[in-house]
Ligand binder design. Structure first.
Ligand code: ZN
Length: 275
C-alpha cells in the first residue's frame, strides 16, 4: 500500500506516503492531504436533501443543536477577550457562514457588528431574510476587505479550502491585534483515523483538502503568528471504540471521557487562537 511520492503543500518535503490512491500522509507535518481534492458547488441540496441523508434532518431543521453548539463556542471566544472589551462594539465575521445560525447566536449575545461570507446563494438568502444579517455571497478566496475584526470564525470551513494555510493567513490578516480566530475541523487524532482507518478513508469527503491533528494545526497557527492556541475535542464518542451493548461500555465511557479531554482525542476539534 505504502509508496513514496508527492510533495507536502505545507513543508514542501518529499517522500509522503499514500494511505489510499488519493490520500497522502506527511510524517513531518502530521497531516493527510487529499491529492484529488475538488471544490463542490453548495446548492440548496447540500443543506437540504444531502444533509438530511447524513443527519436525518435538514440543516434548517437542525437549528436547535447548531445554536446550542454556537452558544458554547461563543462563551469560549468571549472568555479570551479582556473584560473591558466584552459587549463593547465587538465585530465578528463568520467565514463559511452557511444559513447564519452562529451569526444569529452572536447577535443574540450582544455582538454588534456582524457579517458573514458564504458561497451558497441559498445560505446567504436564508441568513439575510431570516435574521437580517449582512452576508456576502462569494468564495473566501475572492472575498476582499480592508476591515479589521475582533473575532473571525470558521466552523468546518478550513478543511474545504484548496489552500488551507493561505486561508488561515488571510484570517490572521483580518484580525486586530488581540483578536480571536475560532474554528472547528476534523481531526486525525481521533477514534476513526486511529482504529477504523479503512472506514475513515472510504468515507473521506472529496471536498476536504487537508486533515490536521491538534499538534499540526497548533504548529501552523503559531508559525502564522498566533500567540496563544487552545485546542479542545469537539465530540465524545466512546461507542466508536466499544459497543454500547458491551458490559464494559459504561466503565469504559467514564474513563474515556477523561482520556478525550487530556489527549484531545476526538474525530473533530475546536480551535481558539489569539493574535
Ligand atoms: Zn509536510
Amino acid at each position: 500500500m505504502e509508496k513514496a511520492s508527492s510533495v507536502c503543500p505545507l513543508c514542501r518535503s518529499e517522500g509522503l506516503h499514500h494511505i489510499s490512491p488519493n490520500l497522502v500522509y506527511c510524517r513531518h507535518c502530521r497531516i493527510v492531504v487529499n491529492e484529488e481534492h475538488e471544490e463542490f458547488t453548495y446548492s440548496s441540496e447540500y443543506f437540504c436533501s444531502e444533509y438530511k441523508t447524513q443527519y436525518g434532518k435538514t440543516y434548517a431543521e437542525d437549528f436547535d443543536a447548531i445554536y446550542e453548539a454556537s452558544r458554547k463556542r461563543l462563551n469560549t471566544i468571549l472568555s479570551f477577550l479582556p473584560a473591558e472589551k466584552k459587549g463593547k462594539g465587538l465585530s465578528l465575521i463568520d467565514v463559511g457562514s452557511a444559513l447564519g445560525f452562529f451569526l444569529k447566536c452572536a447577535s443574540d449575545h450582544g455582538i454588534e457588528t456582524l457579517s458573514g461570507v458564504e458561497i451558497s446563494e441559498y445560505g446567504c438568502n436564508y441568513s439575510r431574510s431570516e435574521f437580517g444579517i449582512e452576508t456576502v455571497q462569494t468564495s473566501f478566496d475572492d472575498f476582499q476587505t480592508e476591515e479589521k475584526f475582533d473575532i473571525v470564525t470558521a466552523w468546518y470551513f478550513i478543511e474545504h479550502c484548496s489552500f488551507p494555510h493561505k486561508a488561515i493567513e488571510k484570517m490572521f490578516s483580518m484580525l486586530r491585534s488581540g483578536g480571536i480566530l475560532a474554528a472547528a475541523m476534523p481531526s486525525l487524532s481521533g477514534p476513526m483515523y486511529t482504529f477504523h482507518r479503512n472506514r475513515w478513508i472510504e468515507t473521506h469527503p472529496g471536498d476536504h483538502k487537508i486533515d490536521f491533528s491538534p499538534v499540526s494545526i497548533t504548529r501552523l497557527l503559531k508559525n502564522i503568528g498566533f500567540k496563544k492556541v487552545l485546542i479542545r475535542p469537539a465530540g465524545f464518542h466512546p461507542e466508536r471504540i466499544v459497543s454500547e451493548k458491551s458490559i464494559f461500555f459504561h466503565p469504559f465511557s467514564f474513563l474515556y471521557k477523561w482520556f478525550v479531554k487530556a489527549f484531545r482525542f476526538s474525530d473533530t476539534m475546536e480551535i481558539f487562537a489569539v493574535k
